[in-house]
Design a protein around this ligand. Structure first.
Ligand code: NAP
Length: 328
């Protein structure tokens, strides 16, 4: 079968499409015919050897996908051959088939197409967990989202709005802010000039945001810590903007705030029942029309490298998807 392979660390252009042997489906596993793959920033880091998890060579990137179950291993009860599912396993998605633990697979909600289904497992799973369990976001609170036009960021804007918060979207371009407005942002901040804190203060009567969702880090993080309200929660989601920032503990004291880590992969592994409830609620939000994952670009399998390049160049709005086979 065909797979997009990383044979040595390098940029997206170093990926190759090659044949690999058929995968074996063991106990507790399911073999899936992959239909589409949602690209995430960690895919770009992984192929350059900059991600915390380093698979052996050769490996296929692609941590979230949609597809159809074509074989189940011994002891699998939650999915059956023919089921349309979505999920992921960190890597291995950019291939015609993948074998995954069956337990983490979820049915695709009624009315969701396979392309969209490939694009919501990681983003909505992460952002809902972040806002609900980690941020304890309440209706009427102010939520500031950085990187608000990107994958997890745009999901956080939409979910924050659906949860009844007043959402301030912050991003580096008008096109990304326009996508955030469409997803339910009440206010927008363009931080391309490097300024965030004074703009947040101006929109919050000087108080700051109650919850800050930060997948960017880098130089903006210090301004996040100065833009948080009394009793606020700063959610540490990622560090796409550069170095891992240091937390000024004096500001935690002065603002009586919390700095809270978000790690969706570990949450899903350690708290499967809470994760399952989150997914029931996400399905209901989708079915009720309250969330609508945005896929802005779809690439054919042969152009998977261009899809990763789009994220690496900070060009993606919402989600970018690689279509492994044409939508049926
Ligand atoms: N903690 C978890 O469980 C978890 C789960 C999933 C993802 N993540 C993390 O979340 C982060 C975002 O992932 P994603 O897939 O949503 O990425 P994405 O779609 O590429 O969005 C990232 C956003 O970050 C901003 N950004 C700032 N500096 C950037 C730079 N130098 N290069 C690229 N983008 C930059 C961009 O918005 P502007 O141009 O508007 O600044 C971009 O829209 C990553 O660090 C990822 O590892 C964490």
């Amino acid at each position: 079968m065909k797979a997009v392979l990383c044979k040595a660390y390098g940029p997206p252009e170093s990926l190759v499409i090659d044949d690999i042997p058929e995968l074996q489906c063991g106990p507790g596993q399911a073999r899936i015919a992959v239909e589409a793959v949602g690209i995430n920033f960690p895919d770009c880091l992984m192929i350059e050897g900059k991600y915390q998890f380093k698979p052996d060579f050769p490996f296929s990137p692609g941590g979230e996908l949609s597809g159809t179950v074509i074989e189940v291993g011994e002891g699998v009860g939650n999915v059956a051959v023919g089921d349309r599912i979505c999920g992921g396993g960190g890597h291995g998605g950019l291939a015609e088939q993948i074998v995954l633990p069956a337990q983490g697979l979820r049915p695709i909600p009624d009315g969701m197409d396979m392309t969209t289904a490939a694009a919501w497992s990681t983003t909505y799973g992460t952002s809902y967990h972040a806002l609900k369990q980690r941020g304890q976001l309440q209706p009427g609170e102010t939520l500031l989202v950085l990187g608000a036009g990107g994958g997890v960021g745009l999901a956080a804007v939409e979910l924050g709005h659906a949860m009844g918060a007043r959402v301030i979207a912050a991003a580096s371009s008008e096109a990304k802010l326009e996508a955030a407005r469409e997803a339910g942002a009440d206010e927008c901040i363009d931080y391309s000039d490097g300024e965030l804190k004074e703009k947040v203060k101006a929109l919050t009567g000087g108080q700051g945001a109650d919850v800050i969702y930060d997948p960017v880090g880098g130089p903006l993080f210090d301004q996040c810590m100065r833009s948080i309200n009394w009793n606020g929660r700063v959610l540490i989601v990622g560090f796409v903007g550069g170095d891992i920032p240091k937390v000024p503990t004096n500001l935690i004291l002065l603002k009586g705030c919390q700095v809270v880590g978000v790690f969706y992969g570990s949450f899903a592994a350690m708290e499967p029942e809470v994760t399952a409830r989150n997914w029931e609620e996400l399905r209901d939000l989708f079915t009720a029309g309250k969330i609508k994952p945005k896929v802005s670009r779809v690439y054919p399998f042969g152009e998977a490298a261009a899809a990763l390049r789009c994220l690496a160049d900070r060009q993606a709005i919402g989600k970018v998807v690689v279509q492994v086979v044409e939508e049926r």
